[in-house]
Design a protein around this ligand. Structure first.
Ligand SMILES: Cc1ncc(COP(=O)(O)O)c(C=O)c1O
Length: 405
């Protein structure tokens, strides 16, 4: 019936393509650990910009250079970024949608990682692209292995786990840090992938939505001038806490940016958002303090799940020293490979029948169900750390769920 309208078949197959919610329904008196925004909000100086904004600027189309200049300034210690290397986008999700639309979809396949940001690959499938993920393995604590990725998936062209005959990879999509695990792939590994991809004329998309939580030196932005087959996606939604302003951007070679510009609305990111975003990027100290808190919280979670063992011994000088090492799992809940300074983490339980989202909900914590990610099920859950004051609610829930059979 519907398809008399000749709507793409794949759009009719799914009810939704995202775990994003219209409304957040918190457990009564509970806390939100579901949305990927920054629980600490944004640099306070942004509120001043808002107060001083001249409403007359709402009238014309947005032409402010403020955000372009702030982006160039932000990266200047790492690499020189010119204006024609930047495309401003309404949030980074929009950047990804634009990217998916510049490639020829005929028999094309995106090589990804599983699990990773659901909205990306679902959109790729909606545009008609195939999606072939490299599966992170539970037995390896979901740690990404760049060597295996390269060997299995396109250098040797051996498809150990997915079979996509007669198709070629048009591009590779990697979220770094990864959503949901929060892990960070070293820039050397990323560069090896980009280098190998270039030999096969494959474009690599590095989505650094959570990139502000890793060291700047680990950003693929540093590589864009050397690799015309690279596009790096960034956002101010996560680290800089401006998800409500919808500010994202792409950094790439100017030829790639020029192609993307032909597939987009010419007026992305409103005038006010450009000013607020520019101010945010001047306050890296804000992110540093968030990172320190997240690292402390992850450490406390680790202490619950794999308590430290202290070993006393006498060294060669006859002095008694105490050595600390990670002990075995104290229960049945585990934290995947993750970057401690990142707000995201993935927990998984040994009991395949458990529904972790429900268990957290009962204990006052809203999380994202692992089932919402390809390659995971409901015995896993993605958690975005809360502010420190709310952390005891999460830690108590983790402590209890760890003891469940
Ligand atoms: C890996 C990743 N990329 C991109 C996005 C999109 O974020 P935004 O559109 O707010 O920039 C998200 C949001 O959840 C994400 O997790």
């Amino acid at each position: 019936m519907m398809n008399r309208l000749k709507i793409k078949e794949q759009l009719l197959e799914h009810d939704t393509i995202s775990y994003a919610m219209d409304h957040i329904e918190l457990p009564k008196g509970g806390i939100d650990c579901s949305e990927g925004c920054n629980p600490y909000g944004f640099p306070p100086e942004c509120a001043e910009v808002l107060k001083n904004f001249d409403p007359a600027r709402m009238g014309p189309y947005p032409h402010s250079d403020a955000l372009y200049d702030a982006i160039a300034e932000f990266w200047k210690d790492q690499i020189n970024v010119e204006r024609d290397n930047i495309l401003l986008t309404d949030g980074s999700i929009n950047a990804l949608y634009i990217i998916n639309n510049i490639f020829d979809t005929h028999h094309a396949v995106v090589l990804g990682i599983s699990p990773q940001f659901t909205d990306y690959y679902m959109h790729a499938e909606m545009t008609g692209l195939g999606y072939a993920p490299y599966q992170l393995k539970r037995e390896n604590n979901y740690k990404f292995d760049g060597y295996e990725f390269l060997a299995m998936h396109y250098v040797a062209d051996k498809f150990a786990e997915v079979s996509v005959p007669q198709r070629e990879y048009n591009f590779i999509y990697i979220d770094n840090p990864n959503n949901p695990t929060g892990q960070c792939i070293d820039i050397e590994e990323i560069e090896n992938i980009i280098k190998a991809a270039r030999k096969h004329d494959i474009t690599v998309i590095i989505d650094e939505a959570y990139g502000d939580f890793m060291p700047m030196e680990n950003s693929a932005v540093r590589l864009f001038a050397e690799y015309p087959n690279l596009a790096v996606v960034r956002t101010l939604s996560k680290g800089y806490g401006l998800a409500g302003m919808r500010i994202g951007y792409i950094i790439a070679h100017k030829n790639l940016i020029a192609c993307m510009k032909k597939m987009t609305n010419p007026y992305m990111v409103g005038e006010l958002a450009r000013e607020v975003g520019a101010e945010a990027l001047r306050h890296r100290e804000f992110i540093e303090s968030c990172k320190a808190d997240f690292a402390e919280m992850k450490n406390e979670i680790r202490e619950v799940l794999t308590p430290s063992i202290y070993k006393k011994f006498t060294n060669e000088k006859g002095v008694e020293v105490v050595k600390k090492k990670r002990g075995p799992a104290s229960g049945r809940l585990h934290m995947s490979e993750t970057l401690d300074t990142n707000s995201l983490l993935l927990l998984y339980h040994d009991n395949p029948g458990i529904n972790l989202k429900e268990e957290f909900y009962k204990r006052g914590v809203l999380v994202i169900d692992g089932y919402d990610f390809k390659g995971l099920d409901s015995s896993a859950a993605r958690i975005r750390l809360p502010i420190k004051e709310e952390f005891p609610v999460l830690l108590d829930a983790i402590t209890e769920i760890n003891k469940l059979d």
